[in-house]
Design a protein around this ligand. Sequence first.
Ligand SMILES: Cc1ncc(COP(=O)(O)O)c(C=O)c1O
Length: 454
Amino acid sequence: MSDEPTKVLLSERDIPTHWTNILPDLPGEPLPPLSPQTMQPAGPPDLTPIFPMGLIEQEVSPEPEIEIPEEVREAYKLWRPTPLFRARRLERLLGTPARIYYKYEGGSPAGSHKPNTAVPQAYENAKAGVRKLATETGAGQWGSALAFACSMFGLDCEVFMVGSSYDQKPYRRSMIETWGAGVHRSPSQLTEAGRGQAAHETGSLGIAISEAVEVAATDEGTNYALGSVLNHVLLHQTVVGREAMAQLEMAGEEPDVVVACVGGGSNFGGIAYPFVRRALRDGAKTRFVAAEPAACPTLTKGVYRYDYGDTVGLTPLMPMYTLGHDFVPPPVHAGGLRYHGDAPSLCGLVKAGLVEARAYRQNETFEAAVRFARTEGIIPAPEPAHAIRAVMDEAEAAKQAGEERVILFNLCGHGHFDLSAYDAYLSGTLEDPEFSESDMRDALDRLPDVPVPA
Ligand SMILES: Cc1ncc(COP(=O)(O)O)c(C=O)c1O
C-alpha cells in the first residue's frame, strides 16, 4: 500500500465552534430586504410571525463569527466532521496536473449538506416553544433533512414537495415519513397558494415555498423553515468550509479555485465563504466558481433586481439575480437547483465580480457524474454533478496551462435516490430541457417595480 493519503480526517473535537458570517465582509452598502406589503425595508418584526428570534438575530447579525450552540455541535457529531478526499483516481483519468480535493457531505443522515442548517433551525424553533415547522422541498433533500432534524428536537414537520420531484423520487417521501413528518405534492389543494397554481402541474420551489409560508403564517404554533437563500442558512453551512480549510492546511495545500453548485446558494456559501473572507481580508488569490443548470440559469441569465422569494409574493423582497418569481423552470433532475433566485450575499459577490458563474446542460453534468462514480466510487446527486462538470473544466484548464492548480469542491450529496435519472442517462433517453428566454422575459415583466441602486 502506498503512503499517499486519500482522505484527510478530523476528530469530533475539531467540529468548529463558530460559523462564519460573511455579511460584514461583503462589498458595497448592504441592501435591506423589503416588506411585501409596504415595499419599505423589512426588519425583525416582519419576520417574527414565521421565524424564531434566535434565527432572526443570526439573519441580521453584524458579528463576523457566531458561536455554534453546544446542543447543535452535539447533534453534528452524528456525521461531522466530514471527510476531505483527494480525487487521485479522477486526476489520473483526466491526466491533469491539478490536485483535486472534495469535501463529502453525503454521509449525513439525510445524505446531503442540508442537515447542517436543519439542525440549528429545529433547535432554535424548539427553544422558542414552536410546535411545528412547515417547509418546501425540491429534490427532497431539504425536506428529509428537516424531517430528521425535527425528530431530533421533538417538533412536528409538514413538507410541500415540488410535484415533479414527488413523482421522480418516491423514496425521498418514504424517508420524510420515516422521520415522522407529513409530505404533500405541490401544488396541493391544501392552501390558497397551491390551488391558485394548480395549472403548473410539475410545481416549482417558488410555489412550494408559497404553500409552506401560508401554512406557517396562518397557524399560531407553526413556523416556517427555509433550506437555502437566507443569511442564517448560508451561515450554518459554513461549518463545511471551516472544516475544509483546516483539512487543506493539514494537507499543506491552499485552494486556487473553489467550486460548488448553486440552487439557492447554501452549498456554495457553505464551502466558499470562509475562503471568500480570506480572499477579501488577506488578499488570497483564490477564484470561486458557481455552477448552475442551463435550464434554470439564474446567475448567468437572470437580472439583478428586487424580487420575492416565492411565486405568490408572500415573502420579503430580496435584491438578487432572478428569472422572475413566477418563472417555472423545466423539470430537470437536479430538483434542488430549480429556483428562480439566489442568496442575496452570493448575488452581490457575483455582481462584484468575485464569483464567476457557469451554466451546464443536464446531459453533460450526468456524463461528468458517471466518470466521477467510475473513478472515485461515490454516485453524486444530480446537483453536485454540476460542480463536477465545472471541476473537470478547471482540471482541463490547468492541463492546458501546465499548472499544478489546487481545486476544491463540495460533493454536497449522494445520488442514491436519483437512480431513475441515471437510468435515463445510461439508456440515452435523458433530455436537455430548453430554457425559455421568452418565458423569462414574461416573468420579468411581472417583477415588482422597485429599483435597486446601481
Ligand atoms: C444535494 C443538493 N445540492 C444542492 C442543492 C441546492 O441548494 P443550495 O444552493 O442551497 O445548496 C440542493 C437543494 O435541495 C441539494 O439537495
